[in-house]
Design a protein around this ligand. Sequence first.
Ligand SMILES: NC(=O)c1ccc[n+]([C@@H]2O[C@H](COP(=O)([O-])OP(=O)(O)OC[C@H]3O[C@@H](n4cnc5c(N)ncnc54)[C@H](OP(=O)(O)O)[C@@H]3O)[C@@H](O)[C@H]2O)c1
Length: 227
Amino acid sequence: MKTILITGASDGLGKAIAKKCSENGMRVVNISRTNCEWGEVDNIKCDLSKKEDLENAISIIKEKYSDFDVLINNAAIVGYGALEDLEYEKFENTWKINTISPLYLTAKLIGLIKANGSDVINIGTTHSQHAHPGLENQLAYCASKYGLRGGSYNIGAELKNTRARLVHVYMGGFQSKMHEKDYGNVMTDPENWMKPSDLADIIFNIINIPKQIEISEITINRKGRRG
Ligand SMILES: NC(=O)c1ccc[n+]([C@@H]2O[C@H](COP(=O)([O-])OP(=O)(O)OC[C@H]3O[C@@H](n4cnc5c(N)ncnc54)[C@H](OP(=O)(O)O)[C@@H]3O)[C@@H](O)[C@H]2O)c1
């Protein structure tokens, strides 16, 4: 039975991936502030912006789930705001959640990742691929996700001569409350965005590809959104 560690499985894409994995017999461990109350999911309560919570989660993983097969760094926030109104604390918090926590978690688990031949999946964004319309007021998000992208290159190189793999996913827009939670922007046209369950199917397939194949980066976007 595969063990999947996933940050942010209490909502959105993480929840869809966790459900898909759980329904297919995998052991799922959610790492977020809110516990998953559905299915057979283990929870590590953790605010990824807090160093002590992160250290506690790392200790629990080493103690209880050291044989994990997959780490999915999924949790993130938008950190939305006009440049002139940018608050230092919000900027800092966005980097802590979107960049420092996934890279620190991966770094501190690197010995187990190498020994287990685990897969690391970093959920990035097409907003860290190239400039295109609609990036306004998302400085913290774009920059922090660029940071994650840089970290993925570094960790991917670190894993080169091991059985472990790192996949960086440049994800396009999908049905989610991420923007609504951050600054109240309600999605009014969900039918125009990708469905988390479809994306979960793709991530599930990536987790299950034969070990002699490596996908280092992948872009998943709505048809016609190619940059
Ligand atoms: N939505 C999009 O259109 C879109 C597009 C491209 C890429 N992405 C990426 O896809 C991923 C998932 O996004 P989503 O739309 O599914 O987001 P979401 O629905 O808002 O879910 C975010 C998840 O992250 C967790 N989280 C947030 N802050 C946290 C914190 N301080 N500590 C621990 N966990 C925290 C939340 O759990 P708790 O609140 O329980 O802590 C929640 O489970 C993100 O990496 C995002 O950047 C999203």
